[in-house]
Design a protein around this ligand. Structure first.
Ligand SMILES: Nc1ncnc2c1ncn2[C@@H]1O[C@H](COP(=O)(O)OP(=O)(O)OP(=O)(O)O)[C@@H](O)[C@H]1O
Ligand SMILES: [Mg+2]
Length: 510
């Protein structure tokens, strides 16, 4: 098929008029996707639009209520993921479903472990894994316990696993949410090689810039429905967004109405105990300030937040809150001091999947709803309503189990949970990861409003545009240390200069 024009390439996969309902939600309503041989097809839509559900119908996790799925012209209905894999369809899921205590290679071959004389053949498993990693240029020890790896490395293992099955159809559901730029480029190279072998790839991502780099065609969904399919070259980012949200988005960032005031938190020489960690980090956070933390992935920004919050051990340094020394030796201690931490890996570490949205929303502020020893349901319910409304969580009801929400909507509930604790200092680790363009604006608005109320916010982000869009000042971390601080709007001659300075400082100690 090489050399053929896009429109002449035949369809490898056709999903036509797919319908799927869950109690209270019509998740797919005549959804449609046609993937051509040897192409990358981006599947776009807001949080809850039905992207993951459509892919799960293909992969045999869900059974469609109606519609037709054809692979290479033949109608199929995979009964399970195993069945899909056996027929050349492979998927990297939005959530990482890994067994954290097991090592990398066991996670790679789970369900298809190589056997010899009735026993698992560890030697073969090691060699096969090593070979795949070498082919893909991935530098991870197959014997490492997976729970010890960073989220980005864990995501790479999932990608390698999917690629290793030699599928003809590969589904990547937000595979790059935690990857570094270098890793993303690397993944794109792998995808380009697969495409030359006529593999068809369905690619889901909320990172707009990626779509134009990698996708041949784009399908946009809204509210479970097919909206449009077009060659990427015919669509600007603005046009894709308009199709997704059904309105023009003029501004990506709300007006900044917060004004930083007096010092709130003074940190000096913050150093973590166990490597890799942060070293000798000093800064001041003011009331009403949004302080960004920039840096490359691996620059220990997450470690800094955890060391401040007491979830990682601090070996040295001082934390002063309004002039008085505090300890923050544990999460409980820090919460009493008015801190909240939104973790980077919130879907893996922050969610009680079997709990309702209400439970997940109020769990960290539960004391506030108890009067005279009794849990006040009316207060609990109004708190849950507040989270759903203010974060625009898409759900049939607050009693719905959180595991049934789309990935982005789960994140919104967890962010809402921390807001209910009414913290004075918020530590946010990648607060908009996995959130769609429209909902990002609302999260920025919330952060700015909180700052306006006088709260202090420290926000780690890998998105330069959002750091420059809402932060008052930006600390740049480099290899665990402070490479420098960018005070906004003064010394660097506007946004372009600030961006350049951030990149330079991020590389200072690398
Ligand atoms: N197992 C389920 N039970 C009930 N509702 C579900 C289930 N799975 C998905 N849904 C609902 O179907 C809708 C579509 O969800 P889906 O996960 O497909 O969205 P998405 O487009 O992947 O969003 P995101 O960008 O946030 O990942 C949502 O309203 C979601 O709550
Ligand atoms: Mg999804």
């Amino acid at each position: 098929m090489r050399g053929l024009l896009l429109a002449d390439k035949p369809f490898l996969l056709e999903m036509l008029d797919i319908e799927k309902s869950f109690p209270g939600v019509k998740a797919l309503d005549h959804a449609q996707l046609q993937l051509r041989y040897g192409t990358v097809h981006a599947l776009m839509g807001e949080n809850g639009a039905g992207k993951s559900t459509l892919m799960k119908c293909l992969f045999g996790i869900y059974h469609k209520d109606a519609g037709c799925i054809k692979v290479e012209g033949r109608e199929i209905n995979f009964t399970s993921p195993r069945n899909a894999l056996d027929n050349g369809v492979s998927m990297v899921h939005q959530e990482l479903n890994q067994i954290l205590r097991r090592n990398v290679m066991e996670n790679m071959w789970l369900g298809r472990l190589p056997m010899k004389y009735g026993l698992v053949d560890h030697k073969k498993m090691y060699e096969d894994t090593k070979k795949i990693f070498t082919d893909l240029g991935i530098d991870i020890n197959p014997r490492e316990i997976i729970g010890k790896l960073s989220v980005s490395k864990r995501q790479l293992v999932e990608i390698a696993k999917a690629v290793s099955s030699n599928a003809k159809i590969l589904v990547l559901d937000e595979p790059t949410s935690s990857l570094t730029e270098e890793e993303v480029n690397h993944l794109f190279k792998i995808m380009k090689t697969l495409v030359t072998r006529d593999v068809g790839i369905i690619y889901i991502s909320h990172r707009m810039d990626e779509i134009q780099k990698i996708a041949d065609e784009v399908t946009v969904m809204r509210d479970g429905k097919w909206v449009a399919t077009k060659p990427t070259g015919e669509l600007s980012i603005g046009a894709i967004i308009k199709l997704m949200v059904n309105r023009e988005i003029e501004n990506f960032f709300p007006p900044k109405v917060n004004v930083p005031g007096e010092p709130l938190l003074e940190c000096t020489g913050i150093t973590g105990k166990y490597m890799p960690t942060c070293t000798d980090v000093s800064f001041t956070l003011h009331k009403g300030e949004i302080l960004g933390v920039a840096g490359l992935v691996g620059s220990r920004r997450t470690e800094l937040l955890n060391t401040l919050f007491g979830t990682m051990t601090r070996a040295g340094g001082e934390i002063k809150l309004r002039g008085a020394a505090i300890e923050n030796r544990s999460a409980g201690d820090s919460m009493k001091n008015g801190f909240a931490l939104l973790t980077e890996e919130r879907r893996a570490t922050g969610i009680f999947p079997e709990g309702s949205i209400t439970f997940n929303a109020i769990i960290s502020s539960i004391d506030t709803y108890i009067t005279a020893g009794l849990l006040r349901n009316s207060k609990v319910n109004s708190a849950a309503d507040q989270v759903i409304t203010s974060m625009r969580v898409k759900t049939p009801s607050k009693r719905t189990h959180i595991k049934y929400l789309s990935g982005g909507n789960q994140q919104k509930v967890i962010l809402g949970r921390w807001l209910l604790t009414n913290p004075e200092i918020l530590l946010l680790d990648e607060p908009t990861r996995g959130i769609d363009v429209g909902a990002k604006y609302e999260i920025y608005q919330l952060i700015i409003d909180l700052a306006k109320q006088g709260k202090g916010i420290i926000m780690v982000s890998s998105e330069m545009s959002e750091l420059l869009g809402i932060c008052d000042n930006i600390i740049v971390m480099s290899n665990g240390r402070v490479g420098g601080v960018v005070k906004r709007g003064v010394e660097f001659g506007g946004i372009a200069g600030e961006q350049e300075t951030i990149l330079r400082l991020a590389a200072k100690y690398v």
